[in-house]
Design a protein around this ligand. Sequence first.
Ligand SMILES: [Cu+2]
Ligand SMILES: [Zn+2]
Length: 203
Amino acid sequence: MKKLTIALMAFTISLGMTSCKEEKKEDMQDEEMMEHSDHDGDHDHEDMDETQLMIGKELTVTLSAKSGSSANGVIEFMQTEEGVVMEADLSGLEPGPHAIHIHQNGDCSAEDGSSAGGHWDPTSEAHGKWGDEMHHSGDIGNLEADEEGNATLTFSTDKWCISCDDDMKNIVGKGVIVHAKADDFTSQPSGAAGARVACGVIE
Ligand SMILES: [Cu+2]
Ligand SMILES: [Zn+2]
């Protein structure tokens, strides 16, 4: 996480420098326009839509045990210019592979995690493996728990955003589920990953 924070700081600094430069350039362009054209007074900046991405926005999601397990952990989500970076750090798992998905509801109230609903699937696709032709936007994949039951996973994608205006991409308000078993990437609708052993709300 330290490395990520340093990288983000460097990124933010360079971004700050770039935007200063761009502002200056725009000012100059405006002046030129004023001089060389009959300016009608309602000129708008047209290239401002990047500002809807909250670069550097970070969410910490706490996962708690479900279905009688002792699994728990923390997942950090961070918005960068390229997309969202996720860093999961879990413990209390059975050694071996475990599916991890974003589910459609940010609701972990049920003892078996069923309140989180099915996989988050804003694009109406089949369940599958990330990177294949068809997969849900929440199909992160599997993480591997070691002999002590600890697992970490770093994942990043431009198919997600944190708090942007695009419902196809915004992960806020969704749930994260870790399962007892591995995702087989083929069984519908959810990869036959078994019980829900940990749940967290992305908020
Ligand atoms: Cu799942
Ligand atoms: Zn799925």
